[in-house]
Design a protein around this ligand. Structure first.
Ligand SMILES: [Zn+2]
Length: 116
């Protein structure tokens, strides 16, 4: 009787694992397909590229963001220019701006500042 119960429990667990594996495989395949597709290169849709996709950054992350910008066109190291501010959706945004010394491309990163 006890063995029978254990058998049922084991069968349930095994079925659960199989179902789980089957379901988790499907999204993975979709992710792979999505990754293989060329991404649209429209400006203003990536994280931080527009007010609507502003990224949250702490003072430490801000510091890193200011130093690590490469030109999206020629990959040269970009120079930070004067910070700007914007309001979006009743939220105050910090706008970091960068200029490429080589090809004059400019880039803005929209930030919502966080304490930590
Ligand atoms: Zn450049």
């Amino acid at each position: 009787m006890i063995l029978g119960t254990i058998g049922i429990v084991l069968a349930t667990i095994v079925t659960g694992l199989l179902v789980d594996r089957k379901w988790s495989l499907l999204p993975r395949k979709e992710e792979l397909l999505a990754a293989g597709k060329p991404r649209p290169l429209l400006p203003g849709h990536g994280p931080g590229e527009s007010a609507g996709t502003a990224i949250a950054a702490s003072p430490g992350e801000l510091f890193a963001l200011r130093r690590k910008q490469t030109c999206p066109r020629c990959k040269a190291e970009m120079t930070a220019t004067a910070d700007d501010h914007a309001t979006y959706d009743d939220q105050e945004l910090l706008v970091l701006t960068f200029a490429c010394p080589r090809c004059q491309t400019v880039k803005s990163i929209y930030i919502t500042e966080t304490e930590h």
